[in-house]
Design a protein. Structure first.
Length: 140
C-alpha cells in the first residue's frame, strides 16, 4: 500500500529542464564575433552569433532569456534601432553595447535606454566580464 507521501516523492523525482540564459552577439565583423565567443567560453553558457540585427530578430523569438552583446554600427538596422525594438517589444533582454566608434551622443542614448554597459572596442577583458555577469544576473 502506498504511503500518503508517495505522490510527493514522485513529484520530487520529476525535474523540469531549465534552459540557461543565452548570450547573443550581434556584430557585423566576423572576427569580433569569434573573439567574443572565445572570451565567453569559460562561462559555459550558450553563445549565439549574428551578423546583423535582422538575422538576430528572425532567429530569436521575443522573450528568449539571455543577454545581448550589441555593436552599434550595423548594416541595415542599427544597434540603436535594435535596442529600441527590444524595448518596444517589452523584452527583458539586458544589452551590452560594444562599438569601435565612441560617440558621446550614442553612449548617452544607449545608457538612457537601459544598456548595462557601453564598451569601446578594443574593450578591457575584465570590464567586459563584469558587464556580462551583471547582464546575466538581470535575466535570471
Amino acid at each position: 500500500m502506498p504511503t500518503p507521501f508517495a505522490h510527493h516523492e514522485l513529484l520530487n523525482a520529476i525535474t523540469v529542464p531549465i534552459e540557461p540564459p543565452q548570450i547573443f552577439v550581434v556584430d557585423d565583423d566576423a572576427s569580433v564575433r569569434t573573439a567574443i565567443r572565445r572570451l565567453l567560453l569559460p562561462l559555459k553558457m550558450p553563445v549565439r552569433l549574428f551578423a546583423s540585427a535582422e538575422e538576430f530578430l528572425s532567429a530569436t523569438p521575443v522573450g528568449t532569456k539571455g543577454c545581448l552583446v550589441l555593436d552599434l554600427r550595423l548594416p541595415g538596422m542599427t544597434g540603436q534601432q535594435l535596442q529600441q525594438r527590444v524595448i518596444d517589444q517589452e523584452w527583458k533582454l539586458p544589452i551590452i553595447i560594444v562599438t569601435a566608434h565612441d560617440d558621446d551622443a550614442d553612449r548617452d542614448a544607449a545608457l538612457r535606454l537601459g544598456a548595462v554597459a557601453y564598451l569601446r572596442k578594443p574593450f578591457d577583458r575584465q570590464q567586459f566580464f563584469t558587464s556580462v555577469h551583471t547582464a546575466v544576473a538581470q535575466c535570471t
